[in-house]
Design a protein around this ligand. Structure first.
Ligand SMILES: C[S@@+](CC[C@H](N)C(=O)[O-])C[C@H]1O[C@@H](n2cnc3c(N)ncnc32)[C@H](O)[C@@H]1O
Length: 221
């Protein structure tokens, strides 16, 4: 379903240009686009703070919550839909956060913006499960994305995943293992095994209110 384009979207995106990169891709071949390097200056943005990356940040509730909770971390949040990321950017601005930067691009293009080995942690929160077999390559835990995370992460870096979808969770586990990663933590009911500092995302709140189980894993190489 095509989303209705928000009123004044271009003006609203322009007003967020100081905290958002991207939406400027003329190259449509994503592999080629990823090679046209235009790295974020992470040192200037975050002054040497460790960098955490959220892929598919949606309206930004999680990354803004994390940025408030962890001022000693620099957060990069990626979202491919302009209509959605604009809300995340506006929230970060309203909160006066100075340790978040947004990138409006598909995850496939992340190596264009983020140097190899510069990220300490990747968050995948309630990524679209895309259950139809024909869409498996679009899942954010498909091996082609796992290889991108492997490249972006520093040695010892981790991927933290949460989802409500058991089939997608099992698929993700297999995908990371098949790429030579290990699962450091696997939790099949987050409500029964809560962990300190969990920031609830928009989708997580909705699924919890429906009584759904939340699955969580931490992957490392
Ligand atoms: C189900 S929403 C979850 C949003 C948020 N993380 C949460 O937990 O509330 C998934 C988001 O991932 C984004 N997304 C899906 N595939 C993506 C990709 N290849 N690159 C960047 N963002 C993507 C979608 O546009 C959508 O906003």
């Amino acid at each position: 379903m095509r989303m209705h384009r928000k009123d004044n979207l271009d003006a609203r995106l322009a007003a967020c240009a100081d905290i958002m990169t991207g939406a400027d891709l003329t190259e449509k071949n994503m592999k080629v686009a990823a090679e046209l390097k235009n790295y974020l200056d992470l040192g200037r943005l975050f002054g040497g703070r460790p960098v955490h990356l959220e892929v598919g940040c949606g309206k930004g509730g999680f990354v803004c919550g994390m940025a408030r909770l962890c001022p000693d971390v620099g957060f990069v949040a990626v979202e491919k839909v302009s209509n959605v990321i604009v809300t995340a950017c506006e929230s970060a601005k309203a909160l006066g956060l100075e340790n978040v930067h947004f990138v409006n691009c598909p995850a496939e293009v992340l190596p264009r913006y983020i140097p190899s080995g510069s990220v300490r942690r990747v968050y995948l929160n309630f990524s679209d499960p895309l259950p139809k077999l024909g869409y498996a390559a679009q899942r954010l835990t498909n091996p082609r994305f796992v290889e991108i995370y492997a490249d972006l992460l520093a040695p010892g870096g981790e991927v933290w995943q949460k989802t409500d979808n058991e089939q997608f969770f099992d698929y993700s586990l297999q995908s990371f293992l098949s790429c030579g990663w290990r699962a450091k933590e696997v939790c099949r009911d987050l409500a029964a095994h809560p962990f300190a500092g969990n920031v609830v995302t928009e989708h997580e709140r909705k699924f919890m209110s429906e009584g759904k189980k939340i699955y969580r894993a931490v992957y490392a190489r």
